[in-house]
Structure formats: C-alpha cells, structure tokens
Write a protein that binds this ligand. Sequence first.
Ligand SMILES: [Zn+2]
Ligand SMILES: [Zn+2]
Length: 137
Amino acid sequence: MGQRPWTGACLCGACSYAAEGVPLASLICHCRDCQRASGAAGLPVVVMPRQGFAAQGPIRTFTSLGGSGSPTQRNFCTTCGSLLFGLPSHAPGIVTLYAGTLDEPLRFAPTFAQFTSERHALAGHGLALIAHEKRAQ
Ligand SMILES: [Zn+2]
Ligand SMILES: [Zn+2]
C-alpha cells in the first residue's frame, strides 16, 4: 500500500520536489550552519530515503562542512532563494527535506531537536510568548 509522497515547493513555485516512503526521522536542527543557511533559529527537517526522491526546477547547490564534519549539499531555488532540501555526503542514502517548504506542513511532527547547544534563546521551548493567529498588530 503506497503512502502519498511528501511534496514541497519553493516560495516562487519554480522548484518542487517529491519524496516517497516513510520518514526516517523528523527533527529541528539548531546548528549554526542551518541557522545561517535558512535565516531561522532552527531548521525543521524531515529525513527521507534518497531512493524515490526527485526534484525539478532551477535548483542551485551550495556545499559546506556540516555539523557532522563532512560535506553537506544544500539545495535552493535560484529565483527566490528558498532552501528546499539537503544531501549529506556522510549519509548518501538519505535526503533532508526542509519542512518549511512542505505542501502539507501539518504532516511535520518533530520528535527531537539537535545542536541545542547552539540554539538561540528565542528558540527554546517554554517561552511564554503571546500568540497571534495572524499577523501581530
Ligand atoms: Zn523559487
Ligand atoms: Zn543543522
């Protein structure tokens, strides 16, 4: 019985991807590389099997040494700059989908956070923030 694929797209819609299978992990990465690459305090990640993954559109890559100490290739849209997915060289069998780009964000259910030693104070859990359902006034 096939699960429906995990699909996503960039901000402008020129790039999209689809990953088949079941997530191997769902997490939030707070490493400094993910912070700088995304501009966010933490990067939500769905780890999927590389087999059955496909992406299309004007995608550009940037490779840097990841938190693991081995090269990680980050893939982003050349038009709008959205960071879409990563291909870590130390684990060639996986692709890391950056969950902010998922077509169905509610499918993302993280079970752990990593590199919390590098986490911004603002990303900590338990902050008593006033929540606005829409844009804050
Ligand atoms: Zn785009
Ligand atoms: Zn990271």
